[in-house]
Write a protein that binds this ligand. Structure first.
Ligand code: PLP
Length: 442
């Protein structure tokens, strides 16, 4: 942002005015104006440094200022910034798709490149329709997803998102059905694991039957549910959901926009949870935050619906910038770093350290869950504070201490970059512990 832009923000914070910029969230006086980044550290326009405990927003997983990615993009920008998508091909997106499919492993054999998570979700919904049409089952159109999942801001993705805060955009699209999530910290069925017999999975099957299995096309899940404070389902949950989908000829779609690209210590959470979805949406970390980039990965079974007699897959209409060479180069350079076994091993080791440090820092004042470098901490309010205010309060106390985490309701989430050092991981846990100490003190 130019100095002038910063001044405009400062001028209007806390005073009436009509700045031209439409914010994601209206700013507060303490909102930092970020100016630069290096590794896992951000610096604001006043020179204050912040340890980024959430990789931007699950995006900058390789840290800021990654030379291999910047160099590759700079070279590509000089060669060709944009390649006409309807009048020719470019080698970089084609190479990225091959590498991504190899990285994801079975059952995937095809990748459609897009620009953001919501676009990948929309593509998954479109491909689902094409798949059942080609199989002569055009009436299979309904999509099941979790209450309190988040899948994006376009209308299909918003309709999948099962949260009251999207009601202001209603009516949502028809044919979207929500089920209760597998949240063992606040079981919607009032049960305890394991004696519950994973009622949450059984409820998905009951919903398919109640809707009519000949009308249901897909179940869409986030492997860890972000907006409930990183729900980790019971160990056998996904195997059961896979079996239910198979019984009813329903596709299983993994929204791995947060959990994908090494975040869980494997290529995708699908591997971490040992399940093979039919479609998988990746985004965020896919380019490490260096360019807008996402992908829809398709299993062989589903990509068949897009392939012609020569075996070429096509999906149109697409998006003008989908598969552009600069984003593709960013993705290839990021993937070359993510796919190294030492990177994935580091995520697993760093995750184990962070989990232990967080549990020690939080103690009996909260509960930690997560996998790899992706954690949620559920934070009940101390007796002198209102329920549901701890998330935002911890977030702001951490920011005052020079660290960024995300908090809402009764949870915070932590997702440091894969390049975070042990000392920085300890600092993240310590800072959260200090913020909680402050809020518990009367
Ligand atoms: N799916 C999940 C799980 C997400 O967290 C998000 C964004 O936060 C999306 C989809 C939408 O991605 P985007 O904001 O890139 O459109």
């Amino acid at each position: 942002m130019s100095l002038k832009g910063v001044d405009i923000v400062r001028e209007h914070v806390g005073s009436p005015g009509r700045p031209a910029f439409c914010y994601e969230m209206p700013p507060a006086p303490e909102t930092p104006v970020f100016a630069s980044g290096d590794g896992v550290w951000l610096t604001d326009d006043r020179g204050r440094r912040y340890l980024d405990g959430i990789s931007g927003i699950f995006v900058a997983s390789l840290g800021y200022g990654s030379a291999p990615i910047i160099d590759a993009m700079t070279t590509q920008l000089r060669k060709l910034a944009f390649s006409p998508p309807l009048h020719g091909l470019h080698e970089e997106p084609i190479a990225l798709a091959e590498e991504l499919v190899r990285f994801a492993g079975a059952p995937f054999d095809c990748a459609k490149l897009l620009n953001g998570g919501s676009e990948a979700i929309e593509a998954a919904l479109r491909v689902t329709r094409l798949y059942f049409r080609r199989r002569g089952k055009p009436h299979k159109t309904k999509i099941i997803s979790n209450y309190n999942g988040y899948h994006g801001a376009t209308y299909g993705a918003l309709s999948l998102t099962g949260r009251p805060d999207v009601q202001r955009f209603e009516p949502r699209l028809p044919g979207f059905v929500h089920v209760w999530p597998p949240d063992c910290f606040a079981c919607p069925f009032g049960k305890e694991y394991p004696s519950c017999g994973i009622t949450c999975a059984g409820a998905v099957e009951q919903t398919i039957l109640a809707e009519g299995s000949d009308s249901v096309a897909a179940v869409v899940v986030e492997p860890l549910i972000h907006l409930l404070g990183m729900v980790v389902p019971p160990a056998e949950y996904f195997a059961e959901i896979r079996a239910i989908c198979d019984r009813h000829d329903v596709l299983l779609i993994f929204d791995e926009i947060v959990t994908g690209c090494g975040r869980t210590g494997r290529a995708f959470a699908a591997q971490t949870f040992a399940v093979e979805p039919d479609l998988l949406c990746a985004g965020k970390s896919l380019s490490g935050g260096y360019a807008p980039l996402s992908a829809l990965l398709m299993s062989e079974r589903v990509s068949w619906a897009l392939r012609d007699d020569d075996g070429n897959a096509a999906l149109a209409p697409s998006h003008t910038y989908a598969g552009n060479p600069v984003s593709a180069v960013a993705g290839r350079a990021a993937l070359a770093l993510i796919a190294r076994e030492e990177t994935l091993a580091r995520v697993r080791d760093a995750g184990a350290l962070l989990a232990a440090e967080l549990a020690a820092a939080v103690g009996s004042r909260g509960r930690v869950r997560g996998v790899g470098l992706l954690y949620g901490v559920k934070l009940p309010a101390p007796p002198h504070r209102a329920a549901g205010e701890m998330g935002k309060a911890v977030e702001s106390r951490c920011r005052e201490r020079g660290m960024i985490v995300r908090g809402e309701s009764d949870w915070i989430v932590v997702a440091p970059a894969y390049v975070t050092t042990d000392a920085e991981l300890r600092q993240i846990a310590r800072t959260i512990g200090a913020a909680i100490d402050e809020l518990w003190a009367r």
